[in-house]
Design a protein around this ligand. Structure first.
Ligand SMILES: [Zn+2]
Length: 197
């Protein structure tokens, strides 16, 4: 992540579909948009957990579809993280995308995962939507959370064994919260607890 107000840091949201949410979003989040051109989506896919070996051809129309799915998925995920009811429009958007043919995975001669040639933006759209179906119907669905920092809206799934992940990244929001708690403890009068960070 490259925040305007700080150092570059690594954010792993724990699932492919949640990786897409960090590329922008609906409403106010449009100012964080990183998918302006089809090549931006190709670059995102190459840096995602799909891996750098994915060959992808993306059209403008496919890019627009991916952005629409992302915005629906963003709102859907935020609702899930906060225990709000599911919006049927978001469900419909995810399910429609998942119904299309996905990217075709295969095993490379060296045993690693590779992708069949001819990958398209439409295939990528479906693969991301299917990942969302798996995530939100799977065992980690209750572990989808928003970063606990007050002004950070990054969404992630906590796949750690203890299940106590609170921050987008310890090196960003986690450390800031620790520093705040530390300051509050030092300045708080005796017997008064530090405020929740
Ligand atoms: Zn955060």
């Amino acid at each position: 992540m490259r925040p305007p107000d700080g150092q570059v840091y690594r954010f792993d949201p724990g699932a492919l579909c949640l990786e897409l949410l960090a590329t922008g979003g609906p409403g106010d989040f449009a100012r964080f948009e990183t998918l302006h051109e089809p090549s931006d989506l190709v670059a995102w896919a190459g840096g995602s957990r799909l891996g750098p070996c994915l060959e992808l051809a993306v059209t403008e129309a496919e890019l627009a579809s991916v952005r629409r799915l992302r915005d629906a998925l963003f709102l859907f995920t935020a609702d899930q993280a906060h225990g709000r009811p599911r919006d049927p429009r978001h469900l419909a958007a995810i399910n429609a995308a998942a119904a299309e043919p996905p990217l075709v995975a295969r095993i490379a001669p060296d045993g690693t995962r590779a992708w069949a040639p001819g990958g398209t933006g439409a295939g990528l759209l479906s693969t991301v939507a299917r990942d969302a179906v798996d995530l939100f119907t799977g065992p980690y669905a209750p572990r989808v959370r928003e970063c606990a920092s007050l002004n950070c809206f990054l969404l992630f799934v906590d796949t750690s064994r203890p299940g106590r992940r609170r921050w987008c990244a310890m090196e960003r929001c986690g450390n800031r919260a620790k520093a705040r708690t530390h300051r509050a403890t030092r300045t708080a009068p005796k017997g008064q607890a530090a405020p929740k960070s």
